[in-house]
Every structure is written in structure tokens, then in C-alpha cells.
Design a protein around this ligand. Structure first.
Ligand SMILES: *Cc1c(COP(=O)(O)O)cnc(C)c1O
Length: 428
């Protein structure tokens, strides 16, 4: 596409955008009486306008039905998660049985590793990306220790080449091959939180399986952002949070995926709880855990109705938008436009003031663009915020800007470019 760095062009693009009205479903934070240009949906998605109402509904159910709400009312809590499963499935490319909303992300990462990290003598290592989100690093290290191994020995991190920021698929695959028989688990992010790189999940899964390892993904920055085919790619397990690209609110519910091929594997360990028990028999309260078939069998505690109501409301917006395919179509163009605009700004400044470390290739990224400023990165970030553009700052030196197709416009991107230009001129 031939982009132009003008307001008229950006507005034309917005006019032609079939998803342009979806942004009216969301509430934008304000500063000095003006809404922010919100480019932080990779960290915390915006509040859907219906959020307050869906919470009111559940508060009324609680008020009017109290304990009977579990089995009575329009949408009994006992089966409420099933409505979410139907809508989560197309977002991650799975069957409804393979997904379940529960807990929060790091908790689920632990629970799934209890099942799928089964180290034994000679095959106990985990391959992961260097620079993974800290919570994942801590979770994986503590799992390794829990099994009596030393993280220094048992965790192999794939590191970018000298002078590079992102990983090459070939390098990931050769490290998996080199360590083949020693690897118990390949545990990768889908999209890296810092660089915005979307890893080749299918190729990583194939290589992991060829080495005889189990393969899992943390999809915190991928779910709701890029198109996923967890079932077809034969991924063993995955989990994600829903408060980033899926707008379910701070601390929102997490989702898990367990591939169907594992449903009948009774050798998998679980840290079990009553809500994972066979649904039909759950209230017989009998001794001896019998898991429900599918991802539901990994539930531990009873349904978190309030956060699920928020996630449900947001999933219905995805449904309205036609799920991931149309959003991805817009996202590719919108993010490419941000790349283009930043390059134009650098050209005008006559110096690479804003270095993009996110891969430019569409297949290697989602909606996030990570920028390292030539100097004064934090000051630039603060000036962006002061001028109503809200991205986020990640130590030590990255500004992350994420144009989200649900609620960002081409005009947002153009205006951000104009601001980056004027800030750049001020600082030069
Ligand atoms: C955001 C994020 C988390 C956060 O975990 P919580 O348990 O939801 O606090 C974990 N891992 C990754 C990769 C993330 O991007």
C-alpha cells in the first residue's frame, strides 16, 4: 500500500475502515478534557462501555438469587464459563472443549507446567526465549527448582545474535535440535512483550516435537492480537491473560488451552480442585478426583463470576467485529502505517531519532511497535503522555506503541507521528 503522511490520507483510511465504529464500544481515558490517543492496549485494554452494566447484572443476580444463582436465572453461574469458551475458541484457534477461562495467567502457567513439565533423568531441560516477561522467568525457574534441578543448568535461553534485538527462527530451531534428547519442555512466548516479535509458533512446535519435547506457549501478548491456530499447530498447551488485547479489565481472568490429544491422558499430574471434577458428579462431593473431560478438568476453584462477566462482555465485541480475521487485516495495515510514519519522521529529522526494534515483516509481529530513542527516551515518553498520547515505557529504554484495531484509527497514528516529529525537533 502507498501510504501518505498526511491528515487527509489518514482520514480517508478511517472512512474506508469497516471496523471504524467499533471504537464507540469503548471508554477512553481523558486528560485536560481531551481523550488520550490510547496506544497501550498491549498492557491494559480499554474498558468496554457495557462493562458497568454487565457487573450490575451479576450484582442483581447475587442480590435476587443469592446462592440459587449457581443454578437459577438467565445464565446460571454453574455453566457461565461455557458461554465464554465458545467465544474464546475462535480467538485462539481451538475447539471450545480445549479452552477454559480460569484464575490468572501466572497461576495457570504453574498449573499447566505441573501437568506438562515432567522432567526425568537425562531429559529435564526447558528451552525458552531470553528476555521473557519476568513473571514467566520466575515461574519457570521455580518449577525447575521444585523438581530438584538447577535453573542455570536446566533452563536454556535462546539469545538474539550480537547486535540484534529479535530471534531468528533458524537459531531457535537449531538450539532445540542441538539439545534434542535433553529437552523436556519448549516454553515460549507467542509475542515477546519487549520487542513485539511474534515467534513462528508452528515451526517451534514442530521442532520441539521432533526433539521429543512437550511444547507450550504464553500468549499474553498474542491472544486477541494475532491469528492463532493452537489446535492445528499441534501445540500441547497454552495460557494467556485477557486484560491486554482482550479488554477484560485489570487482573482479568486468564484462559488456558489444552490440546484435545491430551484429554484422555491419565498420566498427567494435576493440582486438582473441586471445580475440575466431572461436572455431572461434582456435587456428590465424593472422595477420589475424577477430572472433567477437556480443559475444564484443569479448573481448581469455583467460577469467578465478576471477572468472567467482564471478559464475556469484551468477547462479545470481538464477535461483533467478526473475530480475528477482520481485525488482523486492519491491524496489519494500521501497524504498517505506524512503521511508515515513524520512518517519515526520522527522514524529516535527518537522523534515526526513533529506532524500531520490532520486526517490520507482518508475519513476525502483531500490533506493537517498540522504539528505542537515540537519546532521552524517558523524556520523549513523558512528553508523549503530556501531549495526550499514551503508550508505555519499559525499562531500560523502550517506548511501546500499540495501535489496536478495535479502537485505534489511522488518524491516531498520524497524530502520534506529528507529535514524535515536534518532540524530535525540540530535542535535536
Ligand atoms: C502480562 C504478562 C504476564 C502477567 O501475568 P499475570 O499473572 O497476569 O500478572 C505474564 N506473562 C507475560 C508473558 C505477560 O505478558
Amino acid at each position: 500500500m502507498n501510504f501518505e503522511n498526511t491528515l487527509a490520507f489518514a482520514q480517508e483510511m478511517d472512512q474506508a475502515d469497516p471496523l471504524r465504529d467499533i471504537r464507540n464500544e469503548f471508554l477512553f481515558p481523558q486528560q485536560n478534557g481531551k481523550p488520550f490517543i490510547y496506544l497501550c492496549g498491549n498492557s491494559l485494554g480499554l474498558q468496554p462501555k457495557v462493562a458497568r452494566e454487565v457487573l450490575e447484572v451479576q450484582l442483581s443476580n447475587w442480590q435476587n438469587l443469592a446462592v440459587e444463582g449457581w443454578f437459577e436465572g438467565d445464565s446460571p453461574w454453574m455453566f457461565y464459563h461455557k458461554e465464554l469458551k465458545k467465544l474464546m475458541a475462535p480467538i485462539v484457534g481451538a475447539s471450545a472443549a480445549e479452552v477454559c477461562p480460569m484464575n490468572t495467567l501466572t497461576v495457570n502457567l504453574h498449573l499447566l507446567m505441573v501437568s506438562f513439565y515432567k522432567p526425568k533423568a537425562g531429559r529435564y531441560k526447558i528451552i525458552m526465549e531470553a528476555g521473557a516477561f519476568p513473571s514467566d522467568q520466575y515461574a519457570i525457574e521455580s518449577q525447575v527448582r521444585f523438581h530438584g534441578y538447577d535453573p542455570k543448568d536446566a533452563i536454556i535461553e535462546v539469545v538474539p545474535r550480537e547486535g540484534e534485538y529479535t530471534l531468528r527462527t533458524d537459531d531457535i530451531i537449531s538450539i532445540i535440535k542441538e539439545n534434542g534428547t535433553e529437552i523436556a519442555l519448549v516454553m515460549f512466548g507467542g509475542v515477546n512483550y519487549f520487542t513485539g516479535q511474534w515467534f513462528n509458533m508452528e515451526a517451534i512446535t514442530k521442532a520441539g516435537h521432533a526433539a521429543g519435547a512437550v511444547v507450550g506457549f504464553d500468549l499474553a501478548h498474542a491472544a486477541g492480537n494475532v491469528p492463532l491456530k493452537l489446535h492445528d499447530w499441534d501445540i500441547d498447551f497454552a495460557c494467556w491473560c485477557s486484560y491486554k488485547y482482550q479488554n477484560s479489565g485489570p487482573g482479568g481472568i486468564s484462559g488456558i488451552f489444552v490440546h484435545e490429544k491430551h484429554f484422555s491422558d491419565s498420566t498427567l499430574n494435576r493440582f486438582a480442585g473441586w471445580w475440575g471434577y466431572q461436572e455431572e458428579q461434582r456435587f456428590k462431593m465424593e472422595k477420589g478426583f475424577v477430572p472433567e473431560v477437556g480443559a475444564d478438568g484443569w479448573q481448581v476453584s469455583c467460577t469467578q463470576v465478576m471477572p468472567m462477566a467482564l471478559y464475556h462482555a469484551s468477547l462479545q465485541i470481538f464477535e461483533k467485529a467478526g473475530f480475528i480475521a477482520p481485525l488482523r487485516t486492519k491491524s496489519k495495515t494500521l501497524t504498517s502505517y505506524l512503521f511508515y510514519v515513524i520512518n517519515e519522521v526520522n527522514n524529516k529529522l535527518g537522523v534515526e531519532q526513533y529506532k524500531i526494534i520490532t520486526p517490520a515483516e507482518e508475519a513476525d509481529r502483531g500490533a506493537q511497535v517498540s522504539i528505542i530513542a537515540r537519546a532521552e527516551g524517558k523524556k520523549i515518553f513523558d512528553l508523549l503522555v503530556a501531549n495526550n498520547v499514551l503508550g508505555d515505557w519499559r525499562e531500560p529504554n523502550v517506548i511501546r506503541l500499540s495501535p489496536v484495531p478495535l479502537y485505534n484509527s489511522f488518524e491516531d497514528v498520524f497524530k502520534t507521528g506529528e507529535l514524535l516529529l515536534s518532540i524530535g525537533r525540540e530535542l535535536l
